[in-house]
Design a protein around this ligand. Structure first.
Ligand code: FES
Length: 122
């Protein structure tokens, strides 16, 4: 099972923390929850410690690499890119999505790719 962690306390923009009553992270989390397909769960997390850049997400699954991404605008295009990438990630045994399969909307948003914790036990 793939999990998309969405920081729900991230700012809406550099200038605004809130848009209406919601943080940017809450808006993005709602959109990602709507866009996520089967086999993908979405969890909200208050702060992923990447607060200098909003909005932050992580994609992970047992036995796979973990991707951390930031600088998303909280909108439907970002949510579609994140969930499309998560769908590609879900198809692969190790989660290493080849560049040719990256949706345009995730390019330039990667912070890190962390090896699976299970590798520590080898
Ligand atoms: S508030 Fe989103 S990473 Fe800290």
């Amino acid at each position: 099972m793939t999990t998309i962690l969405v920081c729900d306390t991230c700012r809406y923009s550099k200038a605004e923390k809130l848009h209406g009553e919601q943080t940017g992270g809450e808006i993005l989390a709602e959109l990602v929850e709507k866009a996520a397909g089967s086999g993908i769960r979405v969890r909200r997390q208050s702060c992923l410690m990447g607060c200098n850049n909003h909005c932050n997400v992580a994609i992970r699954a047992k036995g796979k690499v973990t991707y951390v991404m930031d600088r998303f605008k909280p909108n439907a295009d970002s949510a579609a890119a994140i969930t499309d990438f998560a769908a590609e990630f879900t198809k692969l045994e190790n989660g290493r999505v080849p560049l040719r399969n990256w949706p345009e909307g995730v390019k330039g948003h990667f912070v890190s790719r962390v090896p699976p914790i299970e590798d520590d036990e080898k």
